[in-house]
Structure formats: C-alpha cells, structure tokens
Design a protein around this ligand. Structure first.
Ligand code: FMN
Length: 196
C-alpha cells in the first residue's frame, strides 16, 4: 500500500513496477492505451511500456495505425496498468508527444531483426486481404534489407505520455480499497486520497 505521505508519483511507480516485474507471469509492462476518435469516442488497446522517467511513459508503434491517427487528431491519452497478482491498478492521463528521432532509432535498433522487418511489412490497422499478403511484404522487406542494417521506417516511432494525473489503486479487504491520486499543478505534484 502506498504510504500516505507519498509525494512523488514517479518514485511510487518505480516501486510498483519493480514489484510487478517480480510478480506478474507475463508482460508486466503491458498497459491499456486509451485515445479518442475524431468524433470523441473512446478507443483502447494494449501496448508495451518501453521506457519511463520523470518526463513520462513511452511506447512504440506504427504512427500510421489507428492509434497514430487518433493521437495526431487529439494528442492526449490515458494509460492503464492492471497487475492482477498484486491487485493493483495505475491510471495515467496526459498530453502525448513524439519521442526524439534518436530515441526511436535507439529502441528500433534494439529489436530483433524480424521485428524490425515486420515494422516495414505491416500496414498496421489497415485491412489485410490474406495472410499471404503479409508474408509477401515480409519477404520483400527481407530482400530489401538482407543484412542487419535495417533503416527505421519513417512511420515507426514512439510516443511519450506526459502525465498530468496519476492514480494508484491497491485492493483492500471488503472492497475498501486505497486510492492515491497525484495531480500536477505547475511544477509540483499534489497528492490526495479518493474514496474507493
Ligand atoms: C500484450 C500486448 C502487447 C502489445 N504491444 C504493442 C506495442 O507495444 N505496440 C503496438 O503498436 N501494438 C502492440 N500490441 C497490439 C495492439 O494492442 C494493437 O492491436 C495494435 O497496436 C493496433 O492498434 P490500433 O489499431 O488501435 O492502432 C500489443 C498487444 C498485446 C496484447
């Protein structure tokens, strides 16, 4: 449970994330990313957290995907972690910006070769007529980049969610859960509790 005097949401996130890495059988870094459609409807999917610090929370994707289009139209998002074995939830909300080219290059270069080629092959979120079309596009990418020097596609990059609000939820007996909410006011964070 977060101590009542917790004042730094990033420090608390670090503790909870490290504990999740120990406890969760799969993908402790999986988080729901909620965006909004042009007409204001919510839209959600899972992505993987690939970096975080006091600036924000980073994930990588195809910028021409549905989520990429939605973020171009409304660069605001919500992130949600649910760590089932710890009975914890973290909610993060804020504006979204692109990571730098250098950051995207560095993370792209760390990915396995086929994943890098897959970023060229996949027209993420577009209609796929058949699996054979994807396999053909992957074969085309392999021919174009026969070695390990695979350029990062211009449409593949990362986004950073810059939190303005972070909430930490810990289950407690009889559903009298503990909720600590942090809101950013200028350069500082205000902490408070919420009814469960
Ligand atoms: C565990 C898990 C991790 C995922 N990680 C990512 C990711 O890091 N980046 C990504 O683009 N899609 C990831 N996906 C796929 C997305 O959920 C989604 O299907 C895809 O990004 C297309 O979403 P969109 O049509 O809203 O753009 C992941 C899915 C799961 C289930």
């Amino acid at each position: 449970m977060p101590p009542p005097e917790a004042t730094d949401p990033f420090a608390l996130f670090d503790i909870w994330f490290a504990q999740a890495a120990q406890s969760e059988p799969n993908d402790p870094n999986a988080m729901t990313l909620a965006t909004s459609t042009p007409d204001g409807a919510p839209s959600a999917r899972i992505v993987l957290l690939k970096g975080h610090d006091a600036r924000g929370f980073v994930f990588y994707t195809n910028t021409l995907s549905r989520k990429g289009g939605e973020l171009a139209g409304n660069p605001r998002a919500a992130l949600l972690f649910h760590w089932k074995t710890l009975q914890r939830q973290v909610r993060i909300e804020g504006a979204v910006e692109s990571v730098t080219e250098a950051e995207a290059d560095a993370y792209y270069a760390s990915r396995p070769r086929i994943s890098r080629l897959g970023a060229w092959a996949s027209l993420q979120s577009q209609a796929l007529p058949s699996r054979a079309v994807l396999e053909q596009r992957l074969a085309d990418a392999e021919r174009e980049f026969p070695g390990d020097d695979i350029a990062r596609p211009p449409h593949w990059s990362g986004y950073r969610v810059l939190p303005a609000r972070m909430e930490f939820w810990q289950a407690a007996e009889f559903r009298l859960h503990d909720r600590t909410v942090f809101t950013r006011e200028g350069g500082t964070w205000l902490a408070g509790k919420l009814f469960p």
